[in-house]
Design a protein around this ligand. Structure first.
Ligand SMILES: Cc1cc2nc3c(=O)[nH]c(=O)nc-3n(C[C@H](O)[C@H](O)[C@H](O)COP(=O)(O)O)c2cc1C
Length: 502
């Protein structure tokens, strides 16, 4: 192709020059072709990009199309029921609820519900009255002296760094208005988180905000922040579903001077938190660390977040809690389908247990060891609707967190650019120009409405099942498509019947 390019290019250049001199056509055409020829010569001599070496100018089209492939996919190809990780219908639901618009759907379901994967609620012939009050639940086990009354739905961990300053402020103000908590993520607790909303302060392996010069845990710094009135809960991050076994990743382009200062690291370089903690390296150490944090935080609820991998390790942690008679106030179970700002594809696509089996396993293990009453189970993993909340509760959760649901409420369009600093709506970027587009005063209202309307939808479903309390929810109120499509006479397999909380 190179040979053809230069022959045709040179020919066109000569023709355009002749046309200029003979017929007085514009010289610009000849200049344009000359520039293309120079670019072509440069590309055919470089060794980095084979496509440009072989197709010196046409090769650029490949890069251009690759760049806009997500937009082409979303605007022209995607149907309402597909689109990944969230379908257009799911995203629209979150937008409508955030804007406090009617979230009804016309004409009937677009899903093929005659399939084995259908999961429907078994409604009651005698529905209950819908509770107008949004549900709450107390977090605080036997060793906790400052229990916290939490909403059933809260903002999952997302750091300042991963998200923009305006996004963090809008989330926190929304949390304040709606009386639910906002998890800081592992990037540390900053002034932008202190807008009045309740805080769950997350401590990751980088100990940002409570680290010493060597990057290890600093008890004094922790104590200072943990005792701020806004901090209601403290979460030790062991792992997250999108990249379990891998530490946090802050791309260099998002590591600004301000963020680097907050985290105590160098700016403009990629920040990779280590995959494991330095404060402990065993179940025994973890449980001792929980006790240490609880003491430093004057009895505030302490928990840990993890994605389940090797189940025997989780069992060992539970056994250690019993041996030390020290229990976390909550355990956050994150499904492998969870989101992230940036993760290696191998980790995002192929490590960790999805939420459903993980939740069943954690709930079942705590029941088997007779410690379920001491620990609250929080869960996260694509929980953006009332149906998802009810299903999570049925499988053993006490309350839920949502990360990407709240991102949608801030205006996230699923552009899939969180790892590039080019988020077009100013949610997951540190680009000042893009951040300006996100108005805190408008978006915090949307955060508030998304929370309220989603929980109200859960209340409506609860009532449709004939229940008045989330305490009464278990898997018996759900049906699966494979039960009737395959004419199975079993309503839920036996191995799930002992999963229920009571
Ligand atoms: C942009 C972004 C940043 C995140 N940062 C963190 C973090 O700092 N710490 C953490 O434990 N999880 C983090 N997560 C994971 C979420 O807290 C949550 O566990 C996961 O996305 C599942 O919830 P979702 O399906 O509602 O998004 C992040 C997720 C996203 C999308």
């Amino acid at each position: 192709m190179r040979k053809e390019f230069f022959i045709i290019g040179a020919g066109l250049f000569i023709l355009s020059l002749l046309a200029h001199f003979l017929f007085k056509t514009s010289l610009l055409i000849a200049i344009f072709i000359f520039i293309l020829l120079i670019i072509g010569i440069f590309n055919s001599l470089q060794h980095k990009h084979a496509i440009l070496r072989n197709f010196p100018v046409l090769g650029y089209f490949r890069y251009a199309f690759e760049e806009i492939a997500p937009e082409i996919q979303q605007y022209f190809i995607e149907r309402t029921t597909d689109g990944k990780p969230f379908s257009r219908n799911e995203r629209s639901l979150a937008y409508q609820r955030a804007k406090n618009l009617s979230s009804t759907t016309p004409f009937g379901t677009q899903l093929d519900i005659n399939t084995s994967s259908y999961e429907g609620l078994k409604h009651s012939i005698f529905p209950a009255h819908v509770n107008e009050e949004l549900p709450r639940i107390i977090i605080g086990g036997p060793d906790c002296s400052q229990p916290y009354s939490a909403s059933l739905l809260n903002i999952s961990a997302m750091s300042f760094g991963s998200l923009s300053v305006n996004a963090i402020m809008a989330l926190n103000k929304g949390a304040q208005k709606g009386n639910f908590y906002h998890n800081t993520g592992e990037g540390g607790l900053t002034a932008y988180h202190l807008q009045g909303g309740d805080i769950c302060w997350q401590i990751g392996t980088g100990y940002f905000g409570c680290r010493n010069d060597e990057g290890n845990f600093d008890a004094e710094k922790f104590k200072e922040k943990a005792n701020l009135p806004s901090v209601k809960l403290i979460e030790i991050k062991l792992s997250q579903g999108a990249k379990p076994g891998h530490g946090g990743v802050l791309p260099a382009s998002k590591n600004t001077e301000e963020i680097a200062k907050i985290r105590g690291v160098k700016p403009h370089i990629a920040i990779l938190s280590p995959p494991c903690h330095t404060a402990f390296n065993s179940p025994k150490g973890l449980v001792e660390f929980i006790a240490q944090l609880r003491k430093l935080a004057n009895g505030k609820p302490i928990g840990f977040k993890l994605c389940i991998g090797q189940t025997n390790e989780f069992e060992a942690i539970c056994q250690e809690m019993i041996d030390q008679n020290c229990f976390p106030d909550f355990i956050t179970v994150d499904g492998a389908e969870g989101g992230t700002g940036a993760a290696p594809l191998e980790f995002a696509d192929g490590v960790g247990m999805p939420l459903e089996p993980a939740l069943i396993f954690v709930n079942k293990t705590l029941i088997r060891l007779n410690i379920r009453e001491k620990v609250r189970i929080i869960c996260s993993g694509k929980i953006i609707s009332g149906h998802a909340i009810l299903k999570a509760i049925a499988l053993g959760a006490d309350l839920c967190n949502s990360a990407r649901g709240f991102m949608f409420s801030l205006g996230c369009i699923q552009a899939l650019r969180c790892n590039t600093n080019n988020c077009p709506v100013g949610v997951a970027t540190q680009d000042k120009m893009l951040i300006k587009g996100l108005s805190v005063s408008d978006k915090f209202e949307r955060v508030y409405h998304f929370h309220k309307n989603t929980l109200y939808a859960a209340n409506e479903l609860l009532a449709a099942a004939g229940k008045t309390s989330y305490e009464d929810v278990d898997v018996s109120i759900f049906m699966r498509g494979d039960e009737f499509t395959h004419l199975s006479d079993l309503y839920f397999p036996d191995n799930l019947s002992n999963v229920t909380k009571h």
